[in-house]
Design a protein around this ligand. Sequence first.
Ligand code: B1H
Length: 832
Amino acid sequence: TRRAPPSQARRAEVVFKLMDGYLKNDSVSLQKAILDHVEFTVARSRFSFDDFEAYQALSHSVRDRLIERWHDTHQYVKRKDPKRVYFLSLEFLMGRSLSNSIINLGIKDQCVEALSQLGFELEVLAEQEGDAALGNGGLARLSACIMDSLATLDFPAWGYGLRYQYGLFRQVILDGFQHEQPDYWLNFGNPWEIERVHISYPVKFYGTVEEEIVDGKKFKIWVPGETVEAVAYDNPIPGYGTRNTINLRLWAAKPSDQYDMESFNTGDYINAVINRQKAETISSVLYPDDRSYQGKELRLKQQYFFVSASLQDIVRRFKDLHTNFQEFPDKVALQLNDTHPSLMIAELMRVLVDEEHLDWNEAWGIVGKAFSFTTHIVVLEGLEKIPVDLLGSLLPRHLQIIYDINFLFVEDLKKRFGSDYDRLSRMSIVEEGPVKNVRMANLSIVSSHTVNGVSQVHSQILKTKVFKDFYELWPEKFQHKTNGVTQRRWIVGSNPGLCGLITKWLGTEAWIRNVDLLLGLRQHAANPELQEEWRMIRRVNKKRLADYIEAMSGVKVCIDAMFDVQVKRIHEYKRQLLNVLSIIHRYDCIKNMKKGDRRKVVSRVCLIGGKAAPGYEIAKKIIKLVHVVAEKINNDPDIGDLLKLVFIPDYNVSVAELVVPGSDLSQHISTAGHEASGTSSMKFLMNGCLLLATADGSTLEIIEEIGEDNLFVFGAKLHEVPSLRDKARDFEVPRQFARVVRMVREGYFGFGDYFESLCDSIEGNGGDFYLLGNDFMSYLEAQAAADKTFVDQERWTQMSILSAAGSGRFSTDRTVGEYAEKTWGITPCKCP
Ligand code: B1H
């Protein structure tokens, strides 16, 4: 006879009797946890294990504590059933999790102690972890910072994304050239995810659209041709100073049992199995191009796979407690991180109309209240387009729905604007032409209640240029939220020295949750005692960075020199080339100086790092140029410590955690009007690094916050750019500029022919689109001003303190607070 399972209540009784509350966080309990995980999870002997095994065991101990809080948060939020925000992004750059989790759980001291008795160091173990690099750059790191703030501020929120098996490629430099290697980041296991085999949904593709009659009414139904399964992997995201721990759910593609049963019946068993396995390719690799869309089928499949699985999950959660879809927008806010997840608009329409049998207008009303859209693009050419043919073959029903949305939209437009056909064709969701495209941004704007830009100036550009027509139609839809970064990772985690110092001078740790308190540093900015301590901490960080530079490149650098840094994706508009040209100019000047004058030169260590998209030739040439110039300068005995140039390979989140705290000066020098926001500048600012920047993106707000005197600003202003471009052909470039470009062209650093097209991009007939020649002299002046200030260490330190003090506005805590109130309509739900 089989025994009946115990009732819930009986089970709870047993569990309570056995358990002595939650897991304990004292160092002895942590030690026991670590040893248990060494023995039973890692399956090594408790008496002998190495750093990596200790990292694994510690991670599992931390994970256990995360899971407890994560369960509690879920249960509590489920009971309260508040409106939740779903942050939908195809990219999350999470970096490492161990240190961050320990900090947010508030168990750092205990972990350090627990480890030290076992003979391990937390910092060393943390280095064992590889980065989770499921994204390209700023947009993806923003998603990660937003998750940290959502959790810390107790918002009922979920992140949804894709679990790529290969993250952003590893950049390997061979002979100065970039090579891409796969980032198979799951090779050594990932203790930070929880595989949820029982949470999976079928996702369908291809097929045809047919009609179905239900209760005498006609409905469209999609008869798909292929099915794959989406399996959930959950990543707990702990808040700081709260029990709340939210979920980042990433989907992986697995073969479906419904997939291809036919081929098994043909007798070719082996090939049938192999074909089945192909389903996994959907989530296998992250596309490494930021800002260029290629209309690839696999990319579209990824987008829909993501959208379909996430929406099924969201709708299931909604239906657990609700039956009336009119309540959907009261419970669900769907945040589109750029247009990459925008197919969810058509998918929600399809679910509501075809599956739930709501009528079109009802469904459209729900969609319009549920979605909000944030764009990260500044120029029209950057907007995502999907070829109609591609969409029609992969998702025939969605294409119909998009056409229907567009038809009704254009009908409305005609009523308002009559026969202004130019306007109609600009605003239409479908772009006519030799290749018809779906304009994903237009679809997103038409269907969302709110459109956000990512900095003040960006939002302004959206209203006056990129989406002018839409702004004229719906001014009330347009908002703006300046981006931010989380101080938990970018000060507390990566700069513990500065963190301690700030806490000491503010007399409280409260700034870690309430970053506006940093303003309290302003009053001490000129205090010599603080200044001295500030410099000491910065020196330690510089030493750490110098050691890294030497280990990685073999170049010894002097920590008294100014560490001058530009780290970000390589792009023409970000103008790394301008930086290199000015370094060549500096080198040339030193070479031509009388020996006596050299004493006045401020020593610099110039660091440049970043990845180029694999197919982006000009960007790859810039990387090679950095290397050849570095080779020449660093090996010139005549120059010594006056100037060094080092390329930092494979720049990623954990490299940034080392570079940011150790820099004196950081460069954000895009041509005005091209950087939507920029977020690395905010990290540098928080760490007291001075900025050398153009008046672009969020820099304009940084200037507003800390004052023009506390950073080095140069270059053409936004309103000057169009006329400068018009006049570019007649512009007489400064001789200093012409000279350094000539040096590159003529092979002074070797590879003259190879750099020809690079030089043409700033001098040739196409004109100097990004205005390097135009901004060159003002750039050199700003550089000279930085040199002059650096000599005056009191002034420099004061500016540094004022930078950090003014960085509070650039925390994602502020960004997320604004989104919650003005866009999503959600309030905190704090787990007791
Ligand atoms: C930003 C992207 C982006 N803008 C397409 N656009 C991508 C576009 O894989 N793709 O197809 C990936 C990324 N990323 C950046 O977003 C902006 O350039 C920055 O200025 C901004 O700070 C950042 C966050 O808003």
